[in-house]
Structures are given as structure tokens and as C-alpha cells.
Write a protein that binds this ligand. Structure first.
Ligand code: NAD
Ligand code: IPM
Ligand code: MN
Length: 349
């Protein structure tokens, strides 16, 4: 079968780590039953520069007919003050493809235990998944206004939107240790009160699973204090954004966390959880693991290439255990040196 993967390399370190992701994909392709056609499209700041829009029409059309989409990262100071921004393009793409379920797994390899600022005994064995609602909430709610002396946003959720992300979280939990932690601010926010009540309702469909609720402020603390207490965390758009960057302190760097975003029917999108890292862009030192693991998630979740996905994950782990680290993890390996080491593992006879 021939499948189309649309590539949105984006800005900053986006193209650098996308090269790594595609190099690894090329190295594993002989072990896949699918054949892949790669189609590169301008997006984000690169979309503004090359095609006059952060989400050019042709890019959206290509994504809509893709079997999967790989995204590097977008954004940067160059486009910050424009009317159209890379971030607007990203939100428009998520909305247009109805990508409501953003899956952000966080685990800590034994090779990284000593690199986290947290004590090894706290993070050892951490294995959790943040299920972030991605297509609604305060990111999209109307009305919104930016005035000279006053500004506001609207944190709006439809019950149907809460239900579908809760179903996604429980379904994932059923394949794991069957525990869902729903994170909200139900002691203050109306949208969170509806979220909590809906979570209780959806939980009745999953009697084999346990549901607990936590307020987001205390969840932020417990995530660092005792990460092993979490299995599946489900939360609204903004809380999920913040908690997942916080969770990257567990493995020691934002540069190692991948994600998958799903809709109920169309193509899924795979991207690192981090941004375009303008502070290190162009230096060839970005950690490509987040992108490489996003490729693995794509192979598993969009193409059912479980063996290839597992091989990529194992190869990354082996390379870390060999002591090859990029500078975010205190090492000296360049992006390409790390990538080449992964390819070497994958193609070893
Ligand atoms: P960032 O995630 O780009 O960077 C935060 C810090 O983490 C920086 O010090 C950076 O060097 C480091 N970092 C991130 N990824 C790394 C990697 N792979 N290897 C090594 N170090 C890495 O966040 P920011 O600096 O707040 O934002 C920069 C731009 O990225 C902004 O324009 C923002 O809007 C955008 N952004 C885009 C996405 C996305 O494309 N999905 C996500 C987050 C932020
Ligand atoms: C992310 C990013 C985006 C978000 C920004 C760039 C719009 O932080 O993918 O986590 O807030 O969702
Ligand atoms: Mn983010």
C-alpha cells in the first residue's frame, strides 16, 4: 500500500529535526509493509515567507488528503508582530482537521535518570500519558477581544467536546493500568464544573477503570512530587499545554517528548510537543528524539507498523544508553550525530 505523508517542517529547529525524522523513516522503510510518498508543504513562518500565509490553501488541501502529517515546529521572533502568525496557522490547521485528541506520552528511560533535575528514585519508572483536548477551550472560544486597556478570552466547552476527549482517555487507559486522572479547576471555573460532571458521566461506561479528579494547581505539584502516581491524565487545552511542558522535566528535556493528534475520522498529525527553539536554531544541536519518536508514533498509530515503531523507540534508547546525548541533556552530540547513531542501530545486521 502506498501512503501519503505530508511534511510540514516549519521554522527554527523544525527543519533540522524533520531531517532527522525523515532520515530515520528512510532507514526503517525496508522493514515496513507500507510504502510512503513524502510531500513537503510550506507552513508556519515558512508558509508566510514562501506562500503568503501561515496555513496556505494548498498546504491545507494536501493535509486533508494525507494519510498522516508530520510537523516539525513553527514560530519565531520574525513573525511575532504580524497579523498572520505561525501560531495562528497551527491552530487553524488543528481546527480544520478537527484534531481534538492530543496524546503526549511521557516516560523516563533509565539512561536519563541521572540527567533530570529531579531525584532518580522519584522519576524512575515514570510512564504516563497526557491526553490534551486540542480543538476547543480558551484557545478557540469566542468572543475574544484585545483592547488598549482591556482584553478577554472565552473558555468555552460544549459537553459533546468534553465527552469525546474523555472517551479517548478511558479507551487509552483500558489498554494500560486503567486509571484516569481528570485535571480541572472545578472549584472556580464553570467550564471545569461541566468538565468534571461530564467526566463522572463518561466514567460509567468504563466500570473497569478508576476515575480521579485533581485541581490543576495541585496536579502541577504532584506531577513533579510523585509522577508514578499518574497513568492517563486528561485535561482541557490550556492546562494540557502547560502540564506537558512541565512533565518534560521528568525525562530531563523538552527535546525528547513526541505527540500524536487525532480526529474522529481524518488524518492524524504527529509533532514534538516543543516549539521552534529560536535560541538554538541553526546551530545543529537540537535534540531530534522528539521528532524521531513522533515518527514512531505515526508508524504505530496511523499505519499499524508496530514492529517498526518499536524498533525506532528501542534504537533511541540504545543510543542514549551508549551515552550519546545532545547538549540539552548535557552531552556534545550534534543533531546529525545522534540521528546517525540511531540509524546505525536500526540497520545493524
Ligand atoms: P520552545 O519549546 O521552542 O523552547 C523552550 C526551550 O526548550 C528553549 O530553551 C529551547 O532551546 C529548548 N528546546 C525545545 N526543543 C528542543 C530540542 N528539540 N532540543 C533541545 N532544546 C530544545 O518554546 P519557546 O521558546 O517558548 O517558543 C519558541 C517558538 O516556538 C514560539 O514562537 C512559540 O510560539 C513556538 N512554539 C511552537 C510549537 C509548535 O510548533 N507546536 C510549540 C511550542 C512553541
Ligand atoms: C504546543 C504549542 C502551541 C499550543 C502554540 C504554539 C500555539 O505550545 O503545541 O504545545 O499552545 O498548543
Ligand atoms: Mn506547548
Amino acid at each position: 500500500m502506498n501512503s501519503k505523508i505530508v511534511i510540514l517542517a516549519g521554522d527554527g529547529i523544525g527543519p533540522e529535526i524533520m531531517d532527522s525524522g525523515l532520515t530515520v523513516l528512510a532507514a526503517i522503510k525496508a522493514q515496513c509493509s507500507h510504502e510512503f510518498t513524502i510531500e513537503k508543504q510550506p507552513f508556519g513562518g515558512a508558509g508566510i515567507d514562501d506562500a503568503g500565509a501561515s496555513l496556505p490553501e494548498a498546504t491545507l488541501a494536501a493535509c486533508q488528503t494525507a494519510d498522516a502529517i508530520l510537523l516539525g515546529a513553527i514560530g519565531g521572533p520574525k513573525w511575532e508582530k504580524m497579523t498572520d502568525t505561525p501560531e495562528k496557522g497551527l491552530l487553524a490547521l488543528r481546527k480544520a482537521l478537527n484534531l481534538f485528541a492530543n496524546i503526549r506520552p511521557v516516560s523516563v528511560s533509565s539512561a536519563l535518570l541521572h540527567l533530570s533535575p529531579l531525584k532518580p528514585e522519584i522519576i524512575e519508572g515514570t510512564d504516563l500519558i497526557i491526553v490534551r483536548e486540542l480543538s476547543s477551550g480558551i484557545y478557540f472560544g469566542e468572543p475574544r477581544e484585545l483592547g488598549e486597556t482591556m482584553a478577554f478570552d472565552t473558555a468555552r466547552y460544549q459537553k459533546s467536546e468534553i465527552k469525546r476527549i474523555l472517551h479517548a482517555a478511558f479507551t487509552i487507559a483500558q489498554g494500560r493500568s486503567k486509571k484516569v486522572t481528570s485535571v480541572d479547576k472545578a472549584n472556580v471555573l464553570a467550564s471545569s464544573k461541566l468538565w468534571r460532571a461530564t467526566a463522572e458521566e463518561v466514567a460509567k461506561d468504563y466500570p473497569d477503570c478508576q476515575l480521579e479528579h485533581q485541581y490543576v494547581d495541585s496536579a502541577a505539584m504532584k506531577l513533579i512530587q510523585n509522577p508514578k502516581a499518574f497513568d492517563v491524565i486528561v485535561t482541557e487545552n490550556l492546562f494540557g499545554d502547560i502540564l506537558s511542558d512541565e512533565a518534560s522535566v521528568l525525562p530531563g528535556s523538552l527535546g525528547v517528548l513526541p505527540s500524536a493528534s487525532h480526529s474522529s475520522d481524518g488524518p492524524s498529525l504527529y509533532e514534538p510537543i516543543h516549539g521552534s527553539a529560536p535560541d538554538i536554531a541553526g546551530k545543529g544541536i537540537a535534540n531530534p528524539i522528539s521528532m524521531i519518536l513522533s515518527v514512531a508514533m505515526m508508524l504505530r498509530q496511523s499505519f499499524q507498523e508496530e514492529a517498526a515503531a518499536a524498533a525506532i523507540e528501542a534504537a533511541c534508547d540504545t543510543v542514549l544508553k551508549q551515552g550519546v546525548f545532545t547538549s540539552d541533556l548535557g552531552g556534545q552530540a550534534s543533531t546529525t550525530e545522534f540521528t546517525d547513531a540511531v540509524v546505525k542501530e536500526l540497520t545493524k545486521k
